[in-house]
Design a protein around this ligand. Structure first.
Ligand code: AMP
Ligand code: TRP
Length: 353
């Protein structure tokens, strides 16, 4: 007898344009899982979660569609994966409310997202427009609802989301022991995720740090951004003969390392090795290195931009597959919520006389 097909779930907040950090840290793993076709992949845009930081309705709605168009342009395929919008599954909000009843506030106050925001506001109470909201405190509960509602087996998230996944597993386990076996508990994951540095040499590329290279950047923008990467005049010695990217890149000055990382990810191996040779020789080669990195990035962006602008990939087409997928996910989700209602002893007019 064949085993039941497993379910993979991941969500991404609609923060605007996708950058290289998103792609190499998350999207390319989504694509690999989709193509392996060993499990059913559910990918969704977490627009409820985005409301903890975004307040402009037009912007959020538009960003969500734009991000989905970019996903499709990257190769995510709504015929192979179930791609949906979180808010099209409003029973997630009900499940979040129900899970909230067994969630300790102490646990939530240890949440990293909440703690970060709290410390930022302590530093500067006027720093950000949004308040320290109930929604933000409950962020991990909503995320647990996302995961449990579709009975996910595997949740591939980056290091920054690991704590949230552990909270979801913890909540499901606690619920099951208190109310009886109701939730399917996902497996914890380990993934050595690549963390892509920012173009300014900072440890992480991130939208709020304004140091991103975006998938939809045109060649002129790519060149301008890459030219601005800070490079020191003299390369630091590598102290090793290794040609392994993960060994040599951390030994380079931060900005230079970013350029080599881009070559490592995008260029043929011999190009990386050629420039590594140049590095060891020293001298003035940063101009050429930047030109090569920019060329390879633009070559990578080219087909993505073309597919993004393809008339078949319009906002209307995205809305169409969102509707279709919401219809596919809803029965699974309602089944979960109904089991939880029954376990907790509350009613539902559609299901109980
Ligand atoms: P964010 O846009 O910051 O919400 O990131 C969404 C997801 O993209 C994260 O959970 C990570 O998996 C991935 N990600 C974002 N920035 C980076 C980065 N600089 N390096 C690697 N992965 C990243
Ligand atoms: N919190 C995740 C992030 O900020 C997005 C997310 C929401 C998610 N719900 C999820 C990820 C469920 C995986 C599973 O990146």
């Amino acid at each position: 007898m064949s085993a039941k097909r497993e379910t993979i779930l991941s969500g991404i907040r609609p923060t605007g344009r996708l950058h290289y950090g998103n792609y190499f840290g998350a999207v390319r793993h989504f694509l690999r899982l989709q193509e392996e076709d060993r499990a059913t992949c559910y990918y969704f845009i977490a627009d409820y979660h985005a409301l903890t930081t975004v307040t402009d309705r037009q912007d959020l709605y538009g960003n969500t569609l734009e991000m989905l168009r970019t996903y499709v342009a990257c190769g995510l395929d709504p015929r192979k994966s179930v791609i949906y919008r979180q808010s099209d599954l409003p029973c997630t909000a009900e499940l979040s409310l129900l899970l909230g009843m067994i969630t300790n506030i102490g646990l939530l106050e240890r949440g990293t997202t909440y703690k970060d925001k709290l410390s930022k506001l302590r530093e500067d109470p006027k720093a950000e427009g949004n308040p320290l909201s109930y929604g933000l405190l409950g962020y991990p509960v909503l995320m647990a609802a996302d995961i449990l509602i579709v009975k996910a087996d595997i949740v591939p998230v980056g290091e920054d989301q690991r704590q949230h996944l552990e909270m979801a597993i913890d909540l499901a386990t606690r619920f099951n022991s208190r109310f009886g076996e109701t939730f399917h508990v996902p497996r914890p994951i380990s993934r050595d995720a690549l963390r892509l540095p920012g173009l300014d040499g900072a440890a992480k590329m991130g939208k709020s740090d304004h140091n991103t290279l975006d998938l939809l950047d045109d060649p002129a923008t790519v060149l301008k951004k890459i030219k601005a990467v800070p490079t020191t005049t003299e390369p630091a010695p590598l102290d090793t003969d290794s040609t392994d990217a993960d060994t040599v890149i951390p030994k380079m000055p931060a900005g230079v390392g970013v350029l080599y990382r881009l070559l490592d990810l995008l260029a043929p191996r011999e190009v990386f090795l050629e420039f590594l040779e140049e590095y060891r020789k020293g001298g003035k080669f940063y101009g050429n290195l930047k030109k090569a990195a920019a060329e390879h990035c633009s070559k990578f962006n080219d087909p993505i931009i073309a597919r993004y602008n393809d008339p078949a990939n319009s906002a209307a087409a995205v809305e169409e597959f969102l509707r279709e997928n919401a219809r596919r996910v809803t029965p699974v989700a309602l089944e979960t919520v109904e089991a939880v209602r029954a376990a907790m002893g509350i009613g539902h007019s559609l299901y109980r006389a």
